[in-house]
Design a protein around this ligand. Structure first.
Ligand SMILES: Nc1nc2c(ncn2[C@@H]2O[C@H](COP(=O)(O)OP(=O)(O)OP(=O)(O)O)[C@@H](O)[C@H]2O)c(=O)[nH]1
Ligand SMILES: [Mg+2]
Length: 259
């Protein structure tokens, strides 16, 4: 039996500064950024991103999704909210990247949502991803660190870890893409339900989200990105491995049951 046809997103006519329905209430773009112990770069990164987004010309909101920080991240996030109307912040419980990101996606109000990281903020990705989403050929755009044309300036062992992890997703979950972590953008109406159906949190949530989108036959496209981090990751890679393997086993169990 042949595969059912892929869904296609409608082409949108976008007026800069406005939502597609002409209202100015909900922004065109929601940016969700999980943050944890980021006192060193949170203010400068959010201020720079806000400037770059203003230059793009679309209405936007920046949602800072924090949990469990032990430094001045919360205080600085509150200062940013008080200073800039486009910036919002919420804090939930224990450190958990996936839970924070999922909650941010569920709270987002924009027509389009970009999942960013506080040490990335690659405005070139925003521009290219939004073009694909507005044009309607994609419902989700994933920034890939491993596609031809990508440039990964992180240390070699982290690049290799990305390749190994991706290989595991391909073997265990029949994933067809080349990356699930890092920057991604999507149409909220098409994908918010998919995010809500994800069951695994922490690091593996991002993978589950992309893999579910692919399985639900949403048009997911990858574009190569240049990855330049503003600082080394806050959590050591080897300390993340046991948890990632546990969550991956859980995800494999859950997704194979629905196959
Ligand atoms: N809310 C929340 N954010 C987190 C947590 N851990 C990391 N982050 C944020 O997630 C983003 C990426 O974290 P990094 O420390 O740069 O990790 P990374 O290895 O580059 O992340 P990957 O792109 O997933 O490989 C940053 O914005 C962090 O502040 C967490 O436990 N909770
Ligand atoms: Mg990083």
């Amino acid at each position: 039996m042949s595969d059912p046809p892929r869904r296609r997103s409608p082409t949108l006519k976008i007026v800069p500064g406005q939502s597609p329905d002409g209202s100015t209430k909900a922004p065109l773009l929601s940016v969700v950024i999980p943050v944890y112990n980021e006192e060193g770069i949170i203010s400068s990164s959010v201020i720079a991103l806000r400037e770059n987004l203003r230059d793009l010309g679309y209405s936007f909101e920046i949602l800072l999704a924090e949990n469990g920080s032990r430094d001045r991240t919360v205080e600085l996030a509150q200062e940013l909210c008080a200073r800039y109307t486009e910036v919002e912040y919420f804090s939930i419980g224990e450190p958990n990247y996936g839970r924070a990101l999922k909650e941010g996606i569920l709270r987002a109000r924009g027509t389009f949502v970009v999942c960013d990281e506080i040490d990335l903020g690659d405005i070139d990705f925003y521009q290219r991803a939004l073009e694909r989403l507005i044009d309607g050929d994609a419902a989700m755009v994933v920034g890939s660190k491993t596609l031809p044309g990508a440039e990964d300036t992180r240390p070699m062992f982290r690049h290799v870890a990305t390749m190994v992890y991706n290989g595991m997703l391909r073997v265990l979950l029949h994933f067809h893409g080349t990356d699930t972590h890092g920057m991604k953008a999507f149409r909220r109406d098409a994908l918010v339900g998919t995010a809500g159906r994800c069951v695994v949190d922490k690091d593996v949530f991002a993978s589950e989200f992309v893999i579910r989108a692919e399985r639900e036959r949403h048009p997911v496209v990858e574009i190569p990105v240049r990855v330049v981090e503003k600082r080394a990751p806050s959590i050591n890679l080897t300390r993340r491995v046991p948890n990632v393997l546990r969550n991956l086993a859980q995800l494999t169990y859950v997704l194979r049951r629905v196959d």
